[in-house]
Design a protein around this ligand. Structure first.
Ligand SMILES: [Zn+2]
Ligand SMILES: [Zn+2]
Ligand SMILES: [Zn+2]
Ligand SMILES: [Zn+2]
Ligand SMILES: [Zn+2]
Ligand SMILES: [Zn+2]
Length: 201
């Protein structure tokens, strides 16, 4: 029995694998006969499959998006990390666009304005994060401030759409406030009579 010997390994020069010493001679001669290292990627490849391996891994293929030539084994990485035409998500509108069009798009997209719900000013999407830090009317619940004076406007939340508005705009936004009518009975449905068939055993 050679139990202790089997725990020791040697690295095969041919395939760079660790091989049990007890098995090494056999492995090495097998490796010499059947394997060779791919000159392109240094991976051990069966001699007779080297040509096929080269075709599958290292043949130059064109990226269908940007037409750049890459090795076939790198195509997926190219498409997801490197390609100039890969799709990216716009940080302002979440639209997916090719990277090459993104610079122009995000300049325009970030220049759109949206109304700040705290101060009512129109702020470009690009400046929203900064504005959120310095908005003069920013609502800070944990910081007790004097009751709103004339210079401050109170924001209220519409109960039907959950958007917040300056108080004075709520009447316009919700002209029917207080007089909301429910109309019922528009549809008259005749309940179908259930038919039950009893099966006698
Ligand atoms: Zn080997
Ligand atoms: Zn290779
Ligand atoms: Zn590409
Ligand atoms: Zn956008
Ligand atoms: Zn604001
Ligand atoms: Zn509303």
């Amino acid at each position: 029995m050679a139990d202790k010997e089997e725990d020791t390994t040697r690295v095969c020069d041919q395939c760079h694998k660790e091989v049990a010493v007890s098995n090494f001679a056999l492995h090495e001669s097998h490796c010499r006969r059947f394997l060779c290292l791919c000159p392109d990627c240094d991976e051990p490849v069966p001699r007779e499959l080297l040509e096929l391996h080269h075709q599958n891994q290292h043949a130059q293929v064109k990226c269908t998006k940007c037409n750049k030539k890459v090795e076939r084994c790198q195509l997926l990485d190219h498409e997801s990390d490197e390609c100039k035409e890969r799709l990216q998500c716009c940080e302002f509108c979440q639209l997916e666009l090719p990277l090459s069009a993104m610079v122009e798009h995000s300049v325009a997209c970030g220049s759109r304005t949206e109304r700040c719900s705290d101060c009512g000013r129109y702020v470009t999407l690009r400046d929203q994060p900064e504005h959120a830090q310095m908005c003069p009317d920013l609502h800070v619940p944990d910081n007790p401030s004097p009751p709103s004076s004339n210079s401050r406007r109170t924001a209220v939340v519409c109960r039907s759409c959950m958007r917040s508005f300056p108080l004075e705009e709520m009447a316009e936004h919700q002209p029917k406030a207080g007089g909301k009518r429910r109309e019922r009975g528009m549809l008259t449905r005749s309940a179908p009579v259930p038919t039950v068939t009893w099966l006698s055993p």
